[in-house]
Design a protein around this ligand. Structure first.
Ligand SMILES: O=C(O)CCC(=O)C(=O)O
Ligand SMILES: [Fe+2]
Length: 208
């Protein structure tokens, strides 16, 4: 017997995750919250604190712009600013719900701002490492301007298997406020060529 109230919005996301291993929702954050998060990202970027993103992990990290061309800044969950605290509160609320209903055993998260300048992309990859497969759910939130159009490129392509085992590409436009949650361990994906600076927060919910 559940001792808490069902959340119909979270249930939709969870249904998607169970049925097809990914979910795309546009109203997890309000437009005002997205504007605050974008302004926060731009402020931090002005302070020149973004670094070219690497591939690999720990002592095996390499910057390879032919594979990924974004610059990132990790969020510090222990010292969030006011806007980041709002982001963490919402994500953690969802996370607690997922843990209680799906028993995924997620213990922690890691999150970074990302900026893809024009002409960059991130080639097809999986979000788990050979030496560390704790990442369970990938969570991407787009912080692009409200006038973002598909002509700006930078689509997220998810490579999915249909019921016959054939591969199918699901294309997701990086519309402002859009949240994409997907199974880190099984869904290969890529960021297509970006024609206009593209902003996001990407996070991973992990087991310990
Ligand atoms: O920004 C996106 O749409 C996906 C980014 C991504 O795949 C990653 O950072 O691992
Ligand atoms: Fe990824």
């Amino acid at each position: 017997m559940y001792d808490f109230e069902l959340n119909p919005f979270y249930e939709l996301i969870i249904d998607d995750l169970v049925n097809r291993k990914y979910s795309v929702v546009d109203c997890f954050f309000s437009e005002e919250e997205i504007n605050l998060l974008r302004a926060n990202l731009l402020l931090k970027q002005d302070l020149h604190s973004f670094k070219k993103a690497a591939i690999g992990q720990a002592d095996n990290e390499q910057i390879v712009e032919e594979i990924r061309g974004d610059s990132i800044l990790w969020l510090d969950e222990k010292q969030p600013d006011e806007v980041e605290r709002m982001y963490f509160n919402k994500v953690n609320h969802f996370l607690e719900y997922v843990n209680r209903t799906c028993y995924l055993g997620i213990q922690e998260g890691e999150f970074h701002y990302a900026c893809y300048p024009e002409g960059t992309y991130y080639k097809r990859h999986l979000d788990v490492f050979h030496t560390d497969n704790r990442r369970t759910l990938s969570v991407v939130l787009y912080l692009n301007d409200q006038d973002w159009t598909p002509a700006y490129g930078g689509e997220l392509a998810l490579y999915l298997k249909d019921e016959n085992g054939n591969e199918r590409e699901e294309v997701v436009h990086a519309l402002p406020g859009r949240l994409v949650v997907f199974d880190s361990k099984s869904i290969e994906h890529e960021v297509k060529m970006v024609n206009h600076t593209r902003y996001s927060i990407t996070g991973w919910l992990k087991t310990r």
